[in-house]
Ligand binder design. Structure first.
Ligand SMILES: *[C@@H]1O[C@H](CO)[C@@H](O)[C@H](O)[C@H]1NC(C)=O
Length: 406
C-alpha cells in the first residue's frame, strides 16, 4: 500500500519508474504482437536496474527488436512468396535472390567482393591424380592457360604435397581415397556447379601432352562444332580403337573406317562418334559379341581417357552417369544420346594430340585376390559395370516406350 505514493522516492526515481513502465509497455506490445516468434527466439532481457543510461539503452534495444519483429511478421503475412518457377524447394524465395549455379572461383577474405576475381576462367580442367604422377601432371597443367580453373581429384589422399607447384595454390583439391574419375565427376562436377565453364576437360593422369595445347584445341573444337571430343590418341604399342587414333592428314575427324565388317552404319560407333562397343546393339549376333568381348578383354583398360565436353553436353552426360558404376565403362557408347546429330557433334581433334603413357594408376590400386593381379579384379568390375549400364539403358528405354504407348 505504501508504494502507491511516489512522494518518498524523489523526482529522479519517478523518472526511472516511468522509463521502466515505458519499457514494460513496449516489451509487452512486442511480445504480444509476435508471440509465436519470440517464444523460440531466446531474447535475453537486460536486467532492470533503472538509471538514465540503462533507460536509453533499453529503448534502443526495444525499438530495434520491435522493428525487426514488425518487419518479419509483415513479410510473412502480407507478401507470402511462392514462386513455382523457382528451383524445387526454394519456392518461398524472391527470385531475385536465387543463385542456382556456382563455380570454382576462389575469393578473398576481405575487401570488396566485386573486386575478388581478377580473371574469370572460362574453362575447367579436372584431373584425377596420384602424387606419383606429379611431374606428368605438372607438364599437363603447363599446357593449359590462365583461362582454366583446375580441380584435382586425389585418389591417393595426398594433397598438401602438391604445393611445391606454383599452380597448386590456385587449384581446388578434392580428396577421397581410391575413387575413380567418374565417381568424382558425378559428385563434384554437377552441371549447376560448373555452369560458368564453356568446356570441361575431364582427364586421366597418364597422358603425354607434348603435342597438345589447350587454347588451340578449343579453337578447333569451336571451328568444327564439336560438343564432345577428345584429342587424337597416338597409339604406342597397344590396341587403340580406330576412332580415337590420331590421323595425320586432318585437323579433326568425325568418322573413321573401322576394321572391315565392323561398321553397321558409317554414322554410328565404332565408325563415328565415340565408342567402340556399339556393333552389338545393331547386329545382335552372338559371334560378334564374343569376338568383341575377346578384344575388350585383351585390353587392360578401355576408358574414355581425355574427354572434353561442352557445357550443354555435360549437363546431359552428368545425368547419365550412374552413382554406383564408377568406372564409366559403356559410357562412351551412350554419349551419343546427348548430342544431335552425334556424327557431327562428336569427334576427335587430330591436330592437337596426346599419348597414352600406360602407367600404373588407380586401376592398380585394387586388391590382389586368389592369385590374381590387382588390376584383374578391377577389370572384372569394369566389364560387369559395362554390361550393367547396357542393361539399365535398355530397361529404361523399354519403360519409356511402353509408357508412351499406354
Ligand atoms: C613444372 O612444369 C613447368 C613447366 O614445364 C616447369 O618449368 C617447372 O620447373 C615444373 N616444376 C617442377 C617443380 O617440376
Amino acid at each position: 500500500m505504501s508504494r502507491t505514493t511516489a512522494e518518498p522516492y524523489g523526482k529522479s526515481t519517478g523518472l526511472k519508474l516511468i522509463l521502466v513502465a515505458i519499457f514494460g509497455v513496449i516489451t509487452g506490445y512486442c511480445i504480444g504482437s509476435s508471440f509465436p516468434r519470440i517464444a523460440t527466439m531466446k531474447v535475453e532481457l537486460p536486467r532492470l536496474t533503472p538509471n538514465a543510461e540503462d533507460g536509453k539503452y533499453l529503448e534502443k534495444v526495444n525499438s530495434a527488436l520491435c522493428t525487426n519483429l514488425f518487419l518479419n511478421s509483415k513479410s510473412r503475412d502480407d507478401t507470402k512468396i511462392y514462386v513455382t518457377t523457382n528451383p524445387r524447394g526454394a519456392e518461398s524465395l524472391p527470385p531475385g535472390i536465387i543463385e542456382s549455379e556456382s563455380d570454382f572461383y576462389l575469393h578473398s577474405l576481405q575487401g570488396n567482393p566485386s573486386e575478388d576475381l581478377v580473371i574469370r576462367p572460362k574453362y575447367l580442367l579436372a584431373l584425377t591424380v596420384g602424387y606419383n604422377q606429379k611431374n606428368i601432371i605438372n607438364t599437363t597443367i603447363s599446357k593449359f592457360s590462365d583461362d582454366f580453373s583446375f580441380v584435382l581429384f586425389h585418389y591417393d589422399g595426398r594433397t598438401s604435397e602438391w604445393d611445391q607447384f606454383e599452380w597448386s595454390k590456385r587449384a581446388i583439391h578434392i580428396s577421397a581415397r581410391k575413387q575413380t574419375k567418374w565417381w568424382y565427376a558425378k559428385r563434384f562436377l554437377h552441371p549447376d556447379i560448373v555452369a560458368p565453364y564453356e568446356y570441361l576437360f575431364i582427364w586421366d593422369e597418364d597422358l603425354g601432352v607434348e603435342h597438345f595445347n589447350a587454347e588451340e584445341y578449343i579453337k578447333l573444337v569451336r571451328k568444327h562444332g564439336l560438343e564432345i571430343s577428345q584429342p587424337g590418341l597416338e597409339a604406342n604399342n597397344f590396341l587403340t580403337w580406330m576412332m580415337t587414333k590420331r590421323r595425320e592428314d586432318v585437323e579433326v575427324h568425325k568418322v573413321t573406317e573401322e576394321r572391315p565388317g565392323w561398321c553397321h552404319d558409317p554414322h554410328l560407333p565404332p565408325c563415328a562418334g565415340y565408342g567402340d562397343t556399339l556393333i552389338l546393339e545393331f547386329t545382335g549376333k552372338l559371334v560378334k559379341r564374343t569376338f568383341y568381348n575377346l578384344i575388350r578383354s585383351i585390353l587392360k583398360f578401355v576408358e574414355i581417357m581425355a574427354p572434353v565436353f561442352s557445357r550443354e553436353s555435360w549437363r546431359c552426360v552428368w545425368h547419365m552417369i550412374q552413382n554406383d558404376l564408377v568406372h564409366g565403362w559403356g559410357l562412351d557408347l551412350a554419349l551419343r544420346r546427348c548430342v544431335e546429330p552425334p556424327h557431327e557433334k562428336i569427334g576427335v581433334v587430330d591436330a592437337q594430340w596426346i599419348e597414352h603413357m600406360v602407367l600404373p594408376s588407380l586401376g592398380d590400386q585394387g586388391e590382389a585376390n586368389d592369385g590374381r593381379a590387382p588390376w584383374e579384379g578391377v577389370r572384372a568390375r569394369c566389364n560387369a559395370e559395362w554390361r550393367e549400364l547396357e542393361s539399365r539403358m535398355a530397361k529404361a528405354e523399354h519403360e519409356y516406350v511402353h509408357r508412351n504407348v499406354q
